[in-house]
Write a protein that binds this ligand. Sequence first.
Ligand SMILES: [Zn+2]
Length: 254
Amino acid sequence: MSAFPVPLLIDWLPNGFPSRQPLPRPMTQEVQTDPSADDIAKEVAAAIVAHKLPPGTRLREEALAKVYKVSRTKIRAALLMLSKDKLINIVPDKGAFVSKPDANEAREVYAVRRILEAALAREFVAHAKAADFRRIDAHLAEERKALDSGDVQTRNRLLSHFHILLAETVGNSVLTGMLRELSARSAVITVLYQSSHDASCSSQEHHAFIEAARTGDTERACALMDEHLQHVQTALNFSGGHQAGNDLVTALLS
Ligand SMILES: [Zn+2]
């Protein structure tokens, strides 16, 4: 029999579910089925984003399998998905841990981005056509909607994807690949350490960049991109009072 009290489980899960229901909220209202690996990955991701599972938390397969009443194989698949998104790190012989990027890593990631994206900004202004601007304008509208909705994960994904859209417009697949990698690392940093206010500023800076690019002002566009990346990095708050090493089993069973 399950020893852990349901209220603790509710506290840990992002959206909660009826108090007499110890399984995660079913994906449909009428039919309750076992959660898929994807469902579990989404729930855990939401808990990480909401800081209910702070950076450094160990995620035990066995405990997760108990919580979701699924096999460890399914949990492993969910953890693998999370590690691909860089939200967790799987350390051989040690287990899975919520990612814990620090200020130094952020400095390094953003330093490389500033070098790459100065060149990207220049290329973007040279290559962008009316259709590209329409596509990016639509994206910026989505960013604004996500910011207004308070959906942290969606806003973070869209803010990050803006930069990949610029790279796609330029059409250099090597540059796009490097940007994807750097954006994934940045996205983990911002989802954990960027405030809603700063996310909103980011979106405004995207707008300002696009307006400069639209008028063909290359130097201004490059300067705005550099300032934007500096702002994002310097506004990160790494002192959020997270507790490292908070074992999931302890969180659920104590
Ligand atoms: Zn940005």
